[in-house]
Design a binder for this molecule. Structure first.
Ligand code: BGC
Length: 722
C-alpha cells in the first residue's frame, strides 16, 4: 500500500504537478528562511555551520553498538530541523538490520534506471524509519582507474551512465524527502592519497569528463553536495573557490548546501567560508563560534557572508520539511530490512551480474545432472558485501554462495570445498566434481576506504593485516596493489582447468580485474562484484538459469594494466588527462579483453532498423531515432541497447565515440519492440577553454547503436548539425 502511495506521489510530482508543487514549496521555504535568519544571533547561525557528531557518534557506538545519525544545526524554538546524516551508498550505514544492497558498481552494471530509483526509495524508507533525513549515498566519482580503492562506491567509467544512475538514486531518496548528498566534489578518483593528493587538470577535461554527471544531478535539484578531501589545481576541494563558488554556484546555479568530507575536509575558516563550503562535518574544528567571532571582529569576515552561508542550509531544510508536511507518510521501524527491500536487493544482484564468457553453453547448469560441486578459490565460503569503511552496512544476514548452493541444489548433491592451500584435497575434488566453481577476487582487505595513513598501515604489515582488520572491525582497504587476481587464485583456476572441463570462475571486486593468466582455458567467467546480502542466492539463480544474465560492464577490462592511465597510490601530484576508459582504448587501439557495455545472455538479440527522424538539425534541436530490438533466442531475457555518438568530422581532438543514450528492455522469445531515443544537440557540445563555455560544432556526427561499446555489428547513421 505504502509503495503504491509513494509511486503515485512520484508520478504526481514528476508528471502532473511537479513544477507548481516545487515552486510553491521553494517560495515558502525561501520566505521562512528569510524570516528565521532575521531572528538568529551569531551563535545560532554558527551552530548551523557544523556537525556536532564525533562525541555523540563515539558514545552511541560504545553504548548501543549502533551509530546514531550524525546531526548538524537545528533549533526547536526557531523551528529549524536538525540535519541527521547517515552514510551509504550500499544501504543505510551503520544501523543494524538494514538492507545490504549490491555496491554501486554492481548497480551500475544493471544499466537499469528505474531499478536504481527503486533502490533510492527503499533506502529513503529505511533512512526515515531510523529517524534520519540526510543521506551520503550518492557517490558519483568517475572510475579513472580500476585500482581506485573506492571504485565499488561509484558507477563506473562513463559520465553519462554515472549521471543517469546517480540521478535516479537521488530521485528515489528525495521522493521520501530525504536530503540527498552527492559526493565527493570533485576528482576523488583515488584513495590512498585522498587527504594530501593534488589533482591537476585542464579546464576542458574537468568540465567535459569529470563534472557532467555532477551537473546533471545539481540541475535536477539535489539538496546537498559533499566536497572531496583532495586538492584540485592546488586548492583543497573544501576550500576551492573555483569549484564551489564559480562552478557550482555561479555557473550551475546550485541552491543547496555543501558539507565537507569528514575530518580533514576543511582547514582554514576564511578559505572555506569564502568558497561557500557551508557545513564542516562532523564537528567544528575550524567552523566554530570563537574563530568566526574573531574573524568578524577583525573585519576578515562580514555578517552578510555568514548569512549567505546559513541561507542555503535553511532554505533546503525548510523545503524538505515543508514537503514532508505535504506528504505525511509514516515510516515504521518495520521497514528496516523488510522482506520487500530484501527481495529488491536480490533482484538488483540478479540483474547486475555480468556473464563474460560461456563457452559451449556450459551455463545454465541443470541441478538434476549434478551430483558433486567443487566450490573453491579464496572467496569460496566467505560473505562478500564490500569494504568496511564508511559504506559498510549491517544487514541481519548475508547469504554466501555455499549456503545458497546448499539451499538450491538437490539434497543429495555434495558441495565440496577446499582452500587454496590444501593442494591434495583441492586436486581430488576438482577431479571428481561435475563442475568446479572458483570464487576469486578481492575483499575489504584489498580495496576499500583507506582508514589509516599510509605509513602507519604499511609499517604494520605488508599483507595489510593488523589489529583492526584481524578483529574484523574495519578493513583498511585502500587502493588495490594490482588489478589481476592474487597468485593463489590464479594457481587454483589453472589447476581446476587441468583437472576438469567444467570450470566456472566467479569474480568479486569493485572494478575491472584482468584475466589474462587464465582466461583462455576457462570456459565460464562471470563478474558478480560485491552483490549484497542476497548475493549468494543471485549467483546461484543465475548459474542454474532461474534468471537470465543481463548485466553489462560499467567499465573496460583491459588486456594489459599498463595501457590504463598512470596510477600511483602514493603520489602527491597526479595529472588527470582527457582520456580514460573506452575513450582511451578507442584512441590508442590497445587491446581490451571485455569492452565497456559488454555482457552475455542465455538468449540472443537482434538490433536493427535504425531510423533517424530528421538528419538535419540545428543547435536547439533534439536528435530523435528508433531501433528494433528482437529476442531471437528461446529464453526470456533483457538487453541493453546503447547509443554512442562519434566525432570523426570534428576539427578538434574529440573521442571516437561517447555514450549518449541507452535503454534496457526485457523480451520474451521472438518478441520484438521498437525503442525510441532522443539526444538533445546541446549534449554534443564540447567545452572551449578559450571562452570558458560550451560550444556546439556544426558538423556531421555519427550515431552507433549496439549492445556494447566495441561492436562490429553497430547500426550506424549520420546526422548533421547546421
Ligand atoms: C568518506 C565519506 C563519508 C564520510 C562519513 C568520509 O571518510 O569519505 O564518503 O560519507 O566519511 O562517513
Amino acid at each position: 500500500m505504502k509503495k503504491i502511495a509513494c509511486f503515485l506521489f512520484i508520478v504526481f510530482i514528476t508528471k502532473v504537478g511537479h513544477a507548481q508543487f516545487n515552486i510553491a514549496i521553494e517560495d515558502s521555504a525561501n520566505h521562512k528562511a528569510i524570516a528565521v535568519l532575521n531572528q538568529m544571533n551569531l551563535k545560532q547561525k554558527v551552530f548551523e555551520l557544523h556537525g556536532k557528531g564525533i562525541i555523540k557518534l563515539g558514545l552511541s557506538l560504545v553504548f548501543t553498538n549502533k551509530i546514531a545519525p550524525v546531526s548538524f544545526g537545528g533549533n526547536k524554538k526557531l523551528d529549524i530541523p536538525k540535519g541527521l546524516f547517515v552514510d551509504g551508498p550500499r544501504g543505510v550505514g551503520i544501523y543494524k538490520g538494514v538492507t545490504a544492497f549490491p555496491v554501486t558498481m554492481a548497480r551500475a552494471a544493471t544499466w537499469d534506471i528505474d531499478l536504481e530509483r527503486r533502490v533510492g526509495m527503499a533506502m529513503s524508507e529505511e533512512i526515515r524509519a531510523i529517524g534520519a533525513n540526510y543521506s551520503g549515498s550518492v557517490c558519483v566519482n568517475l572510475l579513472r582507474h580500476p585500482a581506485n580503492g573506492r571504485a565499488q562506491e561509484c558507477y563506473g567509467e562513463d559520465a553519462y551512465l554515472i549521471g543517469e544512475m546517480g540521478l535516479a538514486l537521488v530521485q528515489g531518496l528525495q521522493s521520501n524527502q530525504v536530503q540527498a548528498c552527492v559526493k565527493h566534489f570533485a576528482l576523488n578518483s583515488m584513495e590512498n592519497n585522498r587527504f594530501g593528493g593534488n589533482i591537476t587538470i585542464d579546464e576542458r577535461t574537468l568540465h567535459e569528463v569529470y563534472l557532467p554527471h555532477f551537473k546533471k544531478i545539481i540541475d535536477a535539484g539535489v539538496a546537498s553536495v559533499m566536497s572531496a578531501y583532495n586538492k584540485v589545481n592546488g586548492e583543497y576541494c573544501g576550500e576551492n573557490s573555483y569549484l564551489l563558488k564559480e562552478v557550482l554556484r555561479n555557473k550551475w546555479g546550485f541552491k543547496g548546501y555543501v558539507s565537507s568530507d569528514w575530518q580533514y575536509g576543511v582547514f582554514h575558516t576564511t578559505k572555506g567560508i569564502q568558497a561557500q563550503m557551508n557545513i564542516e562535518m562532523p564537528s567544528h574544528q575550524v567552523y566554530n563560534l570563537k574563530t568566526i567571532k574573531k574573524l568578524i571582529q577583525s573585519n576578515q569576515l562580514s555578517n552578510a557572508t555568514i548569512d549567505s552561508m546559513v541561507f542555503p542550509i535553511l532554505t533546503t531544510k525548510f523545503k524538505f520539511q515543508l514537503a514532508t508536511a505535504q506528504n505525511p507518510s509514516a515510516f515504521p521501524k518495520s521497514l528496516i530490512g523488510c522482506g520487500e527491500h530484501i527481495n529488491l536487493a536480490r533482484e538488483v544482484a540478479e540483474k547486475s551480474i555480468v556473464l563474460l564468457k560461456n563457452e559451449n553453453h556450459l551455463l545454465p547448469l541443470n541441478k538434476n545432472q549434478i551430483q558433486q560441486i567443487a566450490l573453491v578459490g579464496s572467496l569460496a565460503t566467505i560473505e562478500q558485501t564490500g569494504d568496511k569503511g564508511s559504506s559498510k552496512v549491517n544487514s541481519s544476514y548475508i547469504i554466501s554462495v555455499k549456503e545458497a548452493l546448499k539451499y538450491y541444489c538437490l539434497p543429495t548433491t555434495k558441495i565440496l570445498t577446499a582452500c587454496n592451500q590444501e593442494k591434495d584435497k583441492l586436486q581430488a575434488i576438482c577431479k571428481s566434481a561435475d563442475v568446479v566453481i572458483v570464487m576469486a577476487g578481492y575483499t575489504y582487505l584489498d580495496e576499500g576506504e583507506y582508514l589509516m595513513m599510509g605509513k602507519i598501515r604499511d609499517s604494520l604489515n605488508p599483507n595489510k593485516q593488523n589489529f583492526a582488520t584481524k578483529s574484523g572491525i574495519v578493513g583498511l582497504g585502500g587502493d588495490r596493489v594490482y588489478i589481476h587476481l592474487h597468485q593463489e587464485d590464479i594457481e587454483t583456476i589453472q589447476l581446476a582447468n587441468q583437472l576438469n572441463k567444467k570450470v566456472i570462475v566467479c569474480l568479486n571486486g569493485g572494478a575491472a580485474i584482468t584475466v589474462e593468466e587464465w582466461e583462455k582455458q576457462t570456459p565460464v567467467i562471470l563478474d558478480a562484484f560485491y552483490s549484497g546480502m542476497e548475493g549468494g542466492n543471485a549467483i546461484v539463480n543465475l548459474l542454474f538459469g532461474e534468471i537470465n544474465p543481463s548485466g553489462k560492464l560499467p567499465f573496460t577490462v583491459p588486456v594489459n594494466a599498463s595501457d590504463l592511465p598512470m596510477f600511483n597510490s602514493y603520489s602527491k601530484e597526479v595529472r588527470y588527462d582527457y582520456y580514460h576508459g573506452y575513450a582511451l582504448f578507442d584512441k590508442t587501439q590497445k587491446p581490451v579483453r571485455y569492452p565497456f557495455g559488454f555482457g552475455l545472455s542465455y538468449t540472443t538479440f537482434d538490433i536493427d532498423s535504425l531510423q533517424i527522424q530528421a538528419a538535419n538539425l540545428n543547435i536547439n534541436d533534439t536528435l530523435k531515432f528508433s531501433v528494433k530490438l528482437k529476442n531471437t533466442g528461446d529464453t526470456k531475457g533483457a538487453e541493453v541497447v546503447q547509443c554512442y555518438v562519434g566525432f570523426s568530422h570534428s576539427s578538434i581532438d574529440r573521442p571516437i565515440k561517447i555514450l549518449k543514450a541507452f535503454a534496457k528492455k526485457e523480451l520474451f522469445p521472438n518478441e520484438e519492440t521498437i525503442l525510441s531515443f532522443s539526444i538533445p544537440v546541446k549534449d554534443l557540445a564540447w567545452y572551449n577553454p578559450l571562452i570558458h563555455d560550451w560550444e556546439i560544432e556544426k558538423i556531421p556526427y555519427e550515431l552507433f547503436v549496439g549492445n556494447q561499446s566495441s561492436d562490429n555489428h553497430f547500426q550506424k547513421a549520420i546526422f548533421v548539425v547546421n
